[in-house]
Design a protein around this ligand. Sequence first.
Ligand SMILES: Nc1ncnc2c1ncn2[C@@H]1O[C@H](COP(=O)(O)OP(=O)(O)OP(=O)(O)O)[C@@H](O)[C@H]1O
Ligand SMILES: [Mg+2]
Length: 258
Amino acid sequence: MVSMKDSNIIDITKVVSLKNKPASSVASDRVNTGIPGFDDILNGGIPRGSTVLIAGTAGTGKTILSSQFLYTGVVKYKEPGVYLSLEESPESIKKNNLKFGMDMGHLESTGQFSFVKYDPYHVDDLATHLEGKIREMKAKRVVIDSISALKFYLREETNYRRMMFNIMNTLKRLGCTSFIISEIPVGSTGLSREGMAEFISDAAVVLYYSRVDSSFTRAVQVWKMRGSGHSESLHPYKITKTGVVVYPKEEAFIDVKH
Ligand SMILES: Nc1ncnc2c1ncn2[C@@H]1O[C@H](COP(=O)(O)OP(=O)(O)OP(=O)(O)O)[C@@H](O)[C@H]1O
Ligand SMILES: [Mg+2]
């Protein structure tokens, strides 16, 4: 766990030790995301036990993509999942996901999937609470939606960074393969508001929604993936009636700031 000094400084030696720990040291096999085309640009999937930052501006499909990761995990691979939503209500996520053919309420009723209920007045207990739910569910896949929203509850920068590090560390320690959602403010050049998540996560994927001539195009890029090769191109993706679909054989041409 990161040790915090009295000031606002994080002990970077501890952060670096987590950063340098390759995901492949946890386990060598890969986790199939279940998102059509996505695993192809990830060289076959995510190294098991990795924390994957899913970054993008508002409305790029981060919640839908992450839901697909959990949903497929249960129905196809029998891997229980946990969803911590700090923004949208579980009811809203469930309702929207039904439109894409994902009945998460059914998975809940069969005990294979759970939303984490948290108390915004006791947000300091969040990492412990999350760990309890992961252990109870024997969850293999976890989604945190989003670390940007944590900032609303933990306004003080040091507390926010400490919590983010605790959550990432908990997920790694428990061997979960996790999607950590980060909302990029429009016009920002980083992948997260605080500029730290992209360094301490094992992998980072960016979703873009950008204007090309008179229409908008969606594109996805694997920014980094420790211990593995991956596509270095920008690929188009669409939000279809079955959710996110990535086109691994096509390249997108949009002007990105990063
Ligand atoms: N039925 C649908 N068919 C096609 N596209 C849809 C459909 N429903 C939603 N979308 C698209 O998906 C987007 C919302 O997806 P999602 O909620 O996953 O985005 P997000 O990145 O999580 O957004 P936020 O940053 O607000 O949390 C909408 O802005 C819209 O473009
Ligand atoms: Mg969302």
